[in-house]
Design a protein around this ligand. Structure first.
Ligand code: S3P
Ligand code: PEP
Length: 443
């Protein structure tokens, strides 16, 4: 789907770059693509999702929705979805690939069916991520649930009526979002009580925003601990436009800040609910020169950077991209309140610390924080492990661009999970990569 023209599986050699220059259009948002596609399938009738992401996660959502009975047609850069409304097909096995949000949102909606099974071919990534808090909530609502100790494979059978239900939001906001997509289609709706130290508020607001875009009524307390969605509603089909992607763009902005030159990144609206929008301010606090001109951000790179200490929970998917900036900022940068990073495609605290150390950097971790000491010079000349994690691959790529000698990253094709054109976009700015095809059997 990505059309990047690169080998199916590859390691990448990142060559040091002396500058980055040029203009790019930010790719479509991952979080809005998954949400709009799902809401479109839940709406009877035809919805046009304008400018959908071409990532593996977007492909995973489209595949699962088609398997559940939605009509899916790709027309130029849009997806035209004929929804199944409140009636996804029963008895289907869905494979959401390595997409956490896709898997969890669909698990919520699966309570509308009399049986859906979820499997993954990413046993070492999505297969290890916890689903128990969502499954417990579904069970409390009356669904029948089976799982491998709270992990995939999972089976879910409804129907459920709805009502008041608690769901923990401590490990992931995706469990609550999943129930929010389900709620309007239940006879009694849902009065959700989010328990624990609620993480990732921003994606929850994106879910509320999506429900509103499809004409679904919902109300929420300011702190999001209580979300009420009346039942018996119908998602309204129509036309929605996917905005630009801040998490992926954070990597481009960090790269542009790290190297001399001028980079213009368009399609990033100023008023947007994506928490990773904050990456712009974090980079500015570090000393980067970033100016907004409407929906375009202009970065004049190569300025000296200084360390910051920030609560990273509001921009969780930008923490790794910003860690590349931290690696060359004077002093020690600390990202606090990021324990959920341990539960992503890899352990983004320990695995990141280890990769940074492997490359000669100094980093520290606690259960809920990651610290990176800045350095003036990075030798490079080594191979780093991409950990099958798109955001780790982007971080390591940025380090390679600023190193003295090339850095090789293993399994670099996994960048396609969220940002299939990442390397192509950097090439357009003047970066140079070698792509080394790897054995498709060995991953
Ligand atoms: O709702 C979503 O689309 C997402 C929520 C976040 O996950 P957590 O809520 O697990 O932090 C984020 O990291 C993920 O990439 C996408
Ligand atoms: C963690 C991520 O995605 P997901 O949870 O949807 O797999 C991400 O995009 O960084």
């Amino acid at each position: 789907m990505s059309g990047d023209g690169l080998p199916e599986q590859f390691d990448v050699v990142v060559h040091p770059a002396s500058s980055l220059n040029g203009a790019l259009r930010a790719q479509p948002s991952k979080n809005y693509t998954t949400r709009y596609l799902l809401a479109a399938a839940l709406a009877p009738g035809e919805t046009r999702v304008v400018g959908v992401a071409t990532s593996e996660d977007a492909g995973a959502m489209l595949r699962c929705l088609r398997d559940w009975g939605a009509g899916v047609e790709l027309v130029d850069e849009d997806a035209v979805i004929r929804g199944f409304g409140a009636s996804p097909r029963a008895g289907v096995t869905l494979n959401p690939g390595n997409a956490g949000a896709v898997a969890r949102f669909l698990m919520g909606v699966a309570a509308l069916t009399t049986g859906t099974t979820f499997v993954t071919d990413y046993a070492d990534s999505l297969g290890k991520r916890p689903q128990g808090d969502l499954l417990d909530a579904l069970e409390r609502l009356g669904a029948q649930v089976g799982s491998n100790a709270g992990k995939l494979p999972v089976t879910i059978s409804g129907p459920v009526r709805g009502g008041v239900v608690e769901v923990s939001a401590e490990k992931s906001s995706q469990y609550a979002s999943a129930l929010m997509f389900l709620a309007p289609l239940l006879p009694a709706g849902l009065d959700l009580r989010l328990t624990g130290d609620i993480k990732s508020h921003a994606p929850l607001r994106q879910t509320l925003d999506t429900l509103a875009a499809f004409g679904v009524r919902a109300s929420a307390s300011d702190d999001l601990s209580r979300i009420t969605i009346p039942g018996g509603q119908v998602y309204q089909a129509g036309r929605v436009l996917v905005p630009g992607d801040y998490p992926g763009s954070a990597a481009i902005l960090s790269a542009a800040a790290l190297l001399p030159g001028e980079v213009r990144l368009s399609n990033l609206r100023e008023h947007d609910l994506q928490g990773e929008r904050e990456a712009v301010n974090v980079l500015r606090d570090m000393g980067a020169d970033i100016v907004r001109q409407g929906d375009t951000l202009v970065v004049r790179g190569g300025r000296p950077l200084r360390a910051v200490t920030r609560d990273g929970d509001s921009f969780t998917d930008a923490v790794q991209a910003l860690s590349a900036a931290a690696a060359f900022a004077a002093g020690q940068t600390t990202w606090q309140n990021v324990s959920t990073l341990r539960l992503k495609e890899c352990d983004r605290i320990s695995d990141t610390r280890r990769e940074l150390e492997r490359l000669g950097l100094t980093a520290f971790e606690t259960q809920g924080s990651l610290s990176v000491m800045g350095t003036a010079e990075l030798a490079g000349g080594l191979t780093a492990d991409g950990h099958g994690d798109h955001r780790m691959i982007m971080l390591l790529t940025l380090l390679g661009l600023r190193a003295a000698a090339p850095i090789t990253i293993t399994g670099a094709h996994h960048v396609r999970k969220s940002y299939p054109l990442f390397f192509r976009h950097l090439e357009a700015l003047g970066a140079r990569f070698d792509y080394l095809p790897t054995d498709t059997q060995s991953d």
